[in-house]
Design a protein around this ligand. Structure first.
Ligand SMILES: NC(=O)c1ccc[n+]([C@@H]2O[C@H](COP(=O)([O-])OP(=O)(O)OC[C@H]3O[C@@H](n4cnc5c(N)ncnc54)[C@H](OP(=O)(O)O)[C@@H]3O)[C@@H](O)[C@H]2O)c1
Length: 296
């Protein structure tokens, strides 16, 4: 088994590397070695490596900037993954693509199932939905849609809130967080568990649907998530004082791209087919904050 991991500097890829089982040959490339905008060189690279599996953790992930960079977002999130997966198919190599809850428009008020109609509100979601549509044509590809990823690495909501808690408490400024967008935070560690299961257990790869939904268990607004982060961080002694945390409406926190108000994913099919256990997001959050603490 030889695994090729793309997007090596991203938060998911860093977790996949950290959780690599022993005796697995994992080759990981960042954008400087395997760039989705230089497909000729990248495909040559792929053919030389001749992996058995590819995990694509690379993506254009700037949701707001994507509104003015449609072509770039589509190249990175749709056309390049399709070209890589197509070449992988001719090498009999399996391809795992990570997608997003932002393919949905949020008008539903119960969890989205993998077969529900996609209708993204912004360019980022559109580019990821286009990637899914192309990859569905191939037999070697699996899609995992996930929501609100966070980790001890890079840039994510959990690390941003940890920084703001300290700063706002010191300056006695309330922390205002959107409470009318609801989904579920997902630790990169739980998503990595699913990726490794699909690779290590052939039966799981065969039995899981082409489109999988994967988030941690439970439901939360960004406000709930921020309060959860504050509670654990305070308990763990990462911060010594807490600011007031105030729920606000999305319209009070304008952003360039529109986000879905509700994008909770129904993960039942994938849970049953893969036998990977989901834990409540608050439990996963405690584990991630313990890791963050150990890195301080
Ligand atoms: N973050 C979330 O909340 C979230 C939610 C749902 C789904 N997802 C999906 O989950 C996956 C992993 O996300 P993440 O949060 O780990 O992303 P991330 O931390 O932003 O990492 C993305 C990686 O993609 C690489 N990349 C960007 N442009 C590239 C190019 N032209 N060629 C090759 N690599 C390129 C970047 O490399 P450089 O650093 O070298 O530029 C970066 O390391 C993505 O598919 C994302 O769409 C994320």
């Amino acid at each position: 088994m030889k695994i090729l991991l793309l997007g090596a500097n991203g938060q998911l890829a860093k977790t996949i590397k950290e959780t690599k089982p022993k005796d697995i040959n994992l080759i990981s490339f960042s954008s400087s070695e395997f760039n989705f905008l230089d497909m000729q060189r990248s495909i040559k690279n792929l053919e030389n490596i001749n992996p058995t599996h590819i995990i694509n953790a690379a993506a254009y992930t700037n949701v707001d900037k994507a509104e003015s960079e449609k072509e770039l977002a589509e190249r990175i999130n749709a056309y390049a993954p399709f070209e890589i997966a197509s070449s992988a198919a001719s090498l009999e190599c399996k391809f795992i693509q990570i997608s997003t809850d932002f393919v949905f428009n949020g008008s539903q008020c119960y969890p989205y199932k993998p077969k529900d109609i996609v209708s993204p509100l912004g360019i980022y979601g559109e580019s990821k939905a286009l990637g899914e549509k192309l990859l569905l044509k191939l037999n070697n590809s699996k899609i995992i849609r996930t929501s609100w990823l966070y980790s001890p690495f890079g840039k994510n909501f959990c690390l941003t809130i940890l920084n703001l808690l300290e700063k706002n408490a010191k300056n006695n400024i309330p922390l205002k967080i959107v409470s009318d967008q609801v989904s579920c935070p997902t630790s990169t560690y739980s998503l990595s568990r699913l990726c490794w299961e699909l690779i290590l257990n052939k039966e799981s790869f065969v039995k899981t649907p082409k489109i999988n939904h994967w988030s941690d268990a439970g439901i939360a607004s960004w406000y709930d998530f921020a309060v959860g982060i504050a509670q654990v961080a305070f308990r763990e002694g990462i911060i010594n004082s807490l600011p007031e945390i105030v729920p606000i409406k999305s319209k009070e926190f304008p952003s360039i791209a529109q986000r879905p108000n509700f994008s909770l994913l129904d993960c039942e099919d994938t849970c049953k087919a893969s036998k990977v256990k989901r834990e409540h997001w608050s439990f996963e959050l405690s584990k991630v904050i313990t890791k963050i603490k150990s890195r301080l």
